[in-house]
Design a protein around this ligand. Structure first.
Ligand code: F6R
Length: 241
């Protein structure tokens, strides 16, 4: 895994934006894998800026998000569909029908997972997957212990993940207990992976990722085995290396 060391969050976002812009410039019908959470917000802000300056178009791009909470409809402000619309999709020329997230209110969640996998396969798999890093090493919502060959599936969120995400909700009890997530196997099939990490609170996780063993107990460690994965991390995130 390559490591790009940057000064801070803004530079991390700029470097990620540059990689994404080059990807789309080279191949305008790229399939992008996207994440939510705090980490990629700066990247999305940069991408919107590039689009508004006329430097890039998303007209032929297809996107697949990593995950969605179970039980939150698309118009719920805490759903990841809502987040993506607010933070990126509604500001760029990416047609809605080319954006995919798992449907957290599907009647049959298992079927939804199978269908999501089939959609990714049908699109020719993901060219460039953006990931954030959970404090417990999760990628997507693949919590510690998730098998490396897992496909899109329903997960029980760890208490630590629910606590970490409670900041977005009115009350910690409102954080859903389940989510749908691409599996580790699905993520590893992406042709290129860019993992973004910023801030001192992720420093232990980054240390474990870079120096620790490859184990299902720390899901991001499997990225060490991907042949085109890049970690873009800022000085604070790298401070314990
Ligand atoms: C979000 C996702 C999660 C986050 C991770 C880090 O779609 O899949 O794995 O990337 O929880 O979250 P933040 O960026 O909020 O620290």
């Amino acid at each position: 895994m390559d490591i790009i060391r940057v000064k801070d969050y803004v530079e991390m976002s700029e470097r990620a934006c540059e990689i994404m812009r080059n990807q789309i410039k080279q191949f305008d019908s790229s399939v992008l894998g996207l994440a939510t959470g705090s980490t990629p917000e700066g990247l999305y802000h940069q991408l919107i800026g590039e689009y508004k300056k006329g430097n890039m178009s998303f007209a032929n791009v297809t996107t697949f998000n990593l995950d969605e909470y179970v039980g939150l409809a698309t118009d719920d402000p805490n759903s990841y569909r809502y987040y993506m619309n607010e933070k990126l999709f509604s500001h760029i020329d990416l047609p809605d029908e080319q954006t995919y997230l798992p449907n957290g209110v599907a009647d049959d969640l298992e079927k939804e997972c199978r269908d999501y996998e089939a959609l990714i396969k049908g699109a020719g798999y993901i060219d460039l997957q953006v990931l954030g890093l959970g404090l417990n090493g999760h990628i997507g919502f693949n919590e510690p212990g998730t098998p490396v060959d897992s496909r899109t599936h329903v997960v029980d969120l760890d208490e630590s993940t629910r606590e970490a995400n409670a900041r977005f909700f009115n009350s910690p009890d409102d954080v859903p207990k389940k989510a749908l997530t691409m599996g580790i196997g699905s993520i590893m099939e992406s042709k290129r992976i860019v993992l973004l990490v910023s801030g001192e609170k992720k420093a232990d996780a980054v240390k474990q990722l870079v120096r620790g063993e490859i184990t299902e107990e720390f899901p991001a460690s499997i990225l060490q085995q991907h042949d085109n994965a890049t970690l873009i991390a800022d000085e604070e995130a790298l401070s314990k290396l």
